[in-house]
Write a protein that binds this ligand. Structure first.
Ligand code: B12
Ligand code: SF4
Length: 484
């Protein structure tokens, strides 16, 4: 069959094209392993008109991925495909996993894959291959028994099959099919720090997260943490570097360092095999409570150039409220350890967490300045559907977003009101960036980086926005009932 996989476009306040999306790359690899012809349309870097695409490659089946801000674009692209070239469509990703009925109601998409998608997709392709074309009743009939999906039954009712258990043996998965993506569309993973020229790939060495932070969408995916073997991870490093010419690798695991021995063994193997010459970055925060100096030194020797930690807040009480399970002391030690071994650091902070007041947000800003990472990222706390925070806001707060398109947290707009007014969160967000980046020492440090000059227009526009005095946005109506 002709299998088409789509990453819908999304409008971000700044360009974040980095490496090919990993979820779709895995789904593509599964399709190829089954012997199908596969084409990937990453609409974030590829503007091939859909009419031209279906002429060149008429799909027998389409798979679409969607996080929350992408979901409306996903519905729109599905509509268009159903008009141009009707065929069965399955969607997966963090948003439809949490709200499958919404997608079935608001789009012509036939099936939602909830959670990890590889095995579900494999079974779906088998079902599609044996179902007569344009026969949706037969498709629904054949889908009975497939785990981890939601779809409509014969009389339009929603059917939610039981969850699919997490994939136990991650080594059994093929490597992501990066050869199907347009390499020239992607930049360095962290262009603000590295310029835009690296050939970058994302890699996932383990899946799942045993923590349950109240604001995090991963807490809606399997709790069980599973890891690939050291051999499998090294084989993928080798493949990315030798076959695909990777000059940078970004590890996206949710909990990369929860098994210290495994990380040490991966590092030893990278050093022994000489693969430690290509830099790798931890683009998702690793656990601060498990980042001892010895381990970080080994990671540095194995090629790890930069590590991210997620202190989130500078207040112990808020840390407990969000169930972060680390302390500020552990965060201080983690940053000190990383700096001591010569690694660059990124700190993820959140403004407007539940329980935050003007004073605690001030503590967060001061903590960021004290830790002084190479990059501090201040996110406006955004309640994603399915999270504990989302439910708390619906119960006793006010959502300030009209649409799923608004679920982007790179901008300084408050997303909800719970304990403090939106204006205060927005002012503190602006202040956080201004006070962190516009310190004389920090300005000199930024000017000394080569990437600053390579990324000058982007940085200048960001700096101009942040240097402007803060003006509160006009008051917005509450939309608690209709989140989108
Ligand atoms: C790396 C990453 C990024 C990178 C992306 C780089 C890249 N090359 O893709 C960057 C930094 C650009 C980024 C940006 C954003 N991200 Co991000 N990101 C991640 C991260 C850490 C890893 C993603 C990943 O590769 N996962 C591994 C793959 C294998 O998993 P997967 O994508 O979920 O795919 C599996 C299933 O979902 C399913 N599936 C997915 N698609 C499909 C399709 C079909 C047909 C099927 C059958 C199955 C299926 O099967 C896949 C394989 O099992 C995740 C956290 C996480 N652990 O997933 C957050 C995460 C996806 N990001 C998130 C968010 C919010 C964003 C932003 C919106 C943040 C913002 N700034 O506002 C932007 C959106 C940017 C965009 N363009 O879409 C949230 C999404 C929450 C939600 N409800 O939508 C997550 C879950 C983080 C979190 N814990 O909250 N992100
Ligand atoms: S924020 Fe990190 S540690 Fe917390 S649940 Fe999400 S992935 Fe796990």
């Amino acid at each position: 069959m002709n299998v088409l996989l789509v990453n819908p476009n999304i409008t971000m306040p700044i360009a974040v094209r980095t490496s090919p999306p990993l979820g779709i790359a895995y789904i593509a690899a599964i399709s190829e392993r089954m012997g199908h012809q596969v084409r990937v349309l990453d609409m974030q870097v590829d503007d091939t008109p859909l009419e031209q695409l279906v002429d060149e490659f008429p799909p027998d089946v389409i798979g679409i991925t969607a996080n929350t801000p992408q979901v409306k674009a996903a519905w729109a692209v599905a509509e268009k495909f159903k008009r141009l070239h009707p065929c069965p469509i399955m969607i997966g990703g963090p948003h439809p996993t949490v709200l499958p009925e919404e997608t079935l109601r608001r789009s012509p998409i036939d099936v939602v894959a909830r959670g990890e998608g590889e095995a579900t997709w494999e079974e779906f392709l088998t079902v599609v291959a044996r179902t007569p074309r344009h026969n949706s009743a037969a498709l629904a009939e054949h889908l009975v028994g497939v785990k981890g999906i939601s779809f409509r039954g014969p009389s339009g009712e929603f059917i939610h099959a039981p969850d699919r258990p997490p994939i136990r043996d991650l080594d059994s998965l093929p490597f992501p099919a990066y050869h199907l993506f347009k390499k020239e569309g992607y930049t360095s993973l962290q262009p603000t720090l590295d310029g835009g020229t690296a050939r970058s790939f994302a890699m996932c060495t383990s899946r799942g997260c045993p923590y349950r932070c109240t604001y995090c969408s991963q807490s809606t995916f399997p709790e069980k943490w599973r890891a690939r073997s050291v051999e499998s991870v090294i084989a993928e490093f080798r493949h990315l570097i030798h076959d695909l010419g990777a000059t940078e690798i970004g590890i996206v695991d949710d909990s990369f360092n929860i098994d210290r021995k495994r990380v040490a063994a991966i590092c030893d193997a990278l050093i022994e095999s000489g693969l430690n010459t290509v830099p790798w970055l931890l683009i998702n925060g690793i656990r601060s409570n498990l980042a001892d100096r010895e381990l970080l030194a080994k990671m540095k020797a194995a090629g790890c150039k930069r590590v991210a930690f997620a202190p989130e807040t500078g207040n112990e009480y808020i840390l407990q409220r969000i169930n972060k399970k680390h302390t500020m002391k552990q965060v201080r030690e983690a940053f000190a350890n990383a700096k001591a071994v010569g690694m660059e650091t990124i700190g993820f902070f959140m403004i407007g967490l539940p329980g935050d007041t003007e004073e605690t947000m001030e503590e967060t800003i001061r903590f960021a300045i004290e830790l002084d990472p190479d990059v501090a990222n201040f996110s406006m706390t955004t309640p994603f559907p399915g999270t504990i925070l989302y439910n708390e806001v619906l119960e006793r707060g006010r959502l300030l977003m009209d649409d799923w398109d608004d679920y982007i947290f790179l901008e300084g707009k408050a997303r909800y009101e719970l304990d403090v007014p939106a204006e205060v969160m927005e002012r503190k967000w602006h202040e956080a960036y201004r006070r962190f980046y516009l310190r004389p020492r920090r300005i000199l440090k930024t000017l000394a980086r080569r990437s600053t000059w390579q990324q000058l227009p982007r940085l200048a526009s960001m700096a101009a926005k942040l240097a402007m005095p803060y003006h509160p946005a006009p008051k917005r109506p509450s939309n608690v009932e209709v989140a989108c």
